[in-house]
Design a binder for this molecule. Sequence first.
Ligand SMILES: Cc1cc2nc3c(=O)[nH]c(=O)nc-3n(C[C@H](O)[C@H](O)[C@H](O)COP(=O)(O)OP(=O)(O)OC[C@H]3O[C@@H](n4cnc5c(N)ncnc54)[C@H](O)[C@@H]3O)c2cc1C
Length: 311
Amino acid sequence: MSQTVGPAACQGDSFGYEAPGSLEELAAILRSEAGGERTPLFLAGGTDLWVDLRSGKKQANLVIDLKQLPELSGVREREDETGLGALLPIHSLESLPALGREGQALREAASALGSYQVRNRATLGGNLGNGAPTADMAAALIALDAVLELWRPDGSGRRVAVTDFWRGAGKTCLGPQEVICRVWLPRRVGWSSAFLKQGPRRAMDIAIVNAAVSLKTVKGVIADARVALGGAGATPLRPVGAEAALVGQKPSMAIFRRAGELAAEVSDPRGSGRASREYRLSLIPVLTERALTLAAERLTSQDDKKVARVK
Ligand SMILES: Cc1cc2nc3c(=O)[nH]c(=O)nc-3n(C[C@H](O)[C@H](O)[C@H](O)COP(=O)(O)OP(=O)(O)OC[C@H]3O[C@@H](n4cnc5c(N)ncnc54)[C@H](O)[C@@H]3O)c2cc1C
């Protein structure tokens, strides 16, 4: 499907619109545009892209709508990982059984994003596409060790650890013709996770800071941990020093507080109209500590029952 959309919808000149029905069709469109004057912009739910086009923040001469690509849809289960299609609407993640107990952080991040209407329209891949450091899916996916499956028109797809996805403020590792196909979550038996967000209001707002964590304990001792923060720097942040401080310790308020302090030490948030740098810095240890406490309280396996209540 190819048509031209006019300036009534967006600022600037009219632009072309394509809606391929398969990756083969998408590849053919991109090949025909290669070296040409038009730079394609990919469209999923449009909750970021249309806003940016209307405000003039982005200009388009060709919009390629991904929504009809079956390869980017649905949930795929493998023995050791679950693949979430990039086109999955955020609302579908709120109660997705395939996420299991260990995926609770992603469910909570999905529930915290925007409004019901936004969550219905917005997609998982679109939330990553802009490279925003406060994107709610970002911190949750880091805490869950996600891997992104990227597609290229020449067939040389690749898998990228989500921690390698961001390259600076608003920058990602995506090439101009590269598409996020699927987000793979490894099965992590025995882990628990949690996500917390502080925004200017309780709903319909981008985070000032968000925190996602996951924990695994063995015989009452933390065997492994992930801590991820949004709004703590130019890109989503994984403070590995905070994680290292947790490993080998029994879950306790004191060790979670220490992890929060270490997370704040390596954070470098900027001040904006949404919140000052100082306010963000003051939120980081609090959200980290609370998210760790929540994750520890969720450890319910036989081995972990003894630490389910954090002292
Ligand atoms: C009122 C409102 C409230 C919001 N609240 C929140 C919030 O609380 N938390 C939050 O994180 N966000 C929030 N957002 C931002 C937005 O809704 C999310 O970022 C959303 O997930 C974007 O998804 P989308 O499918 O609409 O992306 P689109 O707008 O279609 O695309 C966004 C960007 O990603 C690119 N893209 C999309 N899909 C792919 C793909 N598969 N591969 C490569 N690139 C791709 C596009 O080219 C574009 O650059 C809010 C937006 C609005 C309008």
